[in-house]
Ligand binder design. Structure first.
Ligand code: SAH
Length: 373
């Protein structure tokens, strides 16, 4: 029996490990690593300042560190983790998707979305995904490997640097709106199946500068298919992050097919774990529900969902299905979507329909990487 919260999803054998990076390490581990190179421990703080506060991973810019030491420190602690394959923009430049190539050639995606009052970044936690949801492009390709903590963090560091340098001006173009405040783990991968590295990444994102990026936990959303033991373990971390649960069906019969891990943890158990998280964190649970025409969008399913959710600390996010290439499924008819919303509202359950940013740049999970392959 695995310990509670230990997951047994296999990572493909033979996967090489990404190089160790400053962002993989806690502040104490950084001091040890620097000392092991024969450098003064305070260099760890200087490096952290360069990376987390200035996004400067080019050693030429580290003028407070002797030139002779820079190369050694850079090689050991700030190796290149990923390179841009390409960017794709739409929505008047307010949405920019980036396809990254990692050290071993695997591909992952991140998306930056500018809104008038905030910037949200959608990041990947795994290369590929092992959850096999049939409507999701990433699910079709399977799992390549887990991302390291630093590979997760670096997507955000790169996004913040692009914003700072004015590379993503957006339609608004104002500097005020250029601050990254929201991070969603809704790119490739199942974050709770890469538990330790995702938790490490949340610490790096939220530790104050220069130990980390100084972002607010409240602006971070972790989205899960419903890995129940890991949801309880995540509640124990004491974060104030938002938890999103990809439900997609209120009944086990349909959910077994749309979110195959449901054959292991049922709707009831997933929701109980979600309510536990809401209680411990004080945050409303976000329920994700992709509306798929004539599959999960019937009025009776909306009513059943409303009954399951009412009187809980919850908000429903309806996502019009973004069809993956070759899929037999498509988004719901507008009248069915309206009826679905009305049925939830009749139970007093707050609901919004997600705006569909980035459709013309293959915005749905995994589509950019799938096109590249
Ligand atoms: N593995 C995590 C996070 C990644 S996906 C999870 O499943 O929650 C983020 C959200 O996008 C999930 O709710 C997922 O079900 C949804 N999604 C994936 N493909 C989609 C598509 N083609 N159309 C609409 N939503 C999709």
């Amino acid at each position: 029996m695995p310990a509670p919260g230990e997951l047994t999803f296999a990572v493909p054998r033979g996967a090489k490990k990404p190089p160790r990076h400053l962002a993989d390490l806690s502040p104490a581990e950084r001091r040890e690593a620097v000392a092991a190179l024969g450098e003064k421990p305070f260099r760890a703080k200087q490096l952290s300042q360069h990376y987390f506060a200035r996004f400067a991973d080019d050693p030429a810019a580290w003028t407070d560190i002797p030139a002779a030491a820079r190369g050694r420190l850079a090689e050991d602690l700030l190796p290149e983790l990923m390179t841009v394959v390409r960017h794709a923009s739409c929505d008047d430049g307010d949405t920019r998707k980036t396809l990254w190539k990692l050290f071993d050639g695997t591909l992952v995606e991140s998306v930056l979305m500018r809104y008038p009052d905030r910037v949200t970044m959608c990041i990947s936690s795994q290369a590929g995904c092992g959850m096999n949801c049939p409507f999701c492009a990433t699910g079709q390709a399977g799992l390549d490997r887990n991302l390291s903590t630093a590979e997760i963090v670096h997507q955000i560091v790169a996004g913040m640097r692009s914003l700072r340098d004015g590379e993503v001006p957006g339609s608004a173009g104002s500097a005020d709106a250029a601050r990254l405040s929201n991070i969603v783990f809704m790119g490739m991968g199942e974050p709770l199946a890469n538990y330790k590295r995702v938790v490490g990444a949340i610490r790096r994102l939220t530790d104050p500068e220069p130990d980390g990026l100084g972002l607010s936990q409240r602006g971070i959303t972790v989205s899960t298919v419903g890995l129940v033991p890991a949801m309880y373990r995540f509640a124990d971390e004491g974060f104030k992050c938002r938890l999103a649960v990809s439900l997609h069906a209120p009944d086990d019969e349909l959910r077994d097919t749309l979110v195959p891990v449901n054959t292991r943890w049922k709707v009831r158990e997933v929701l109980d774990a979600a309510w536990h998280y809401a209680e411990v964190s004080g945050r409303r649970i976000s329920i994700e529900y992709a509306l798929i025409r004539d599959v999960n969008d019937q009025a009776w399913r909306a009513d059943r969902l409303g009954r399951l959710l009412k009187n809980h600390r919850v908000h429903v996010n309806l996502i019009p299905l973004n069809p993956t290439p070759g899929s037999k499924w498509t988004a719901s008819r507008p009248e069915d979507e309206r009826a679905f919303v009305a049925a939830l509202e009749a139970h007093g359950v707050p609901v919004t329909v997600r705006d569909t940013r980035g459709q013309e740049i293959d915005g749905a999970c995994g589509q950019l990487a799938a096109a590249e392959r």
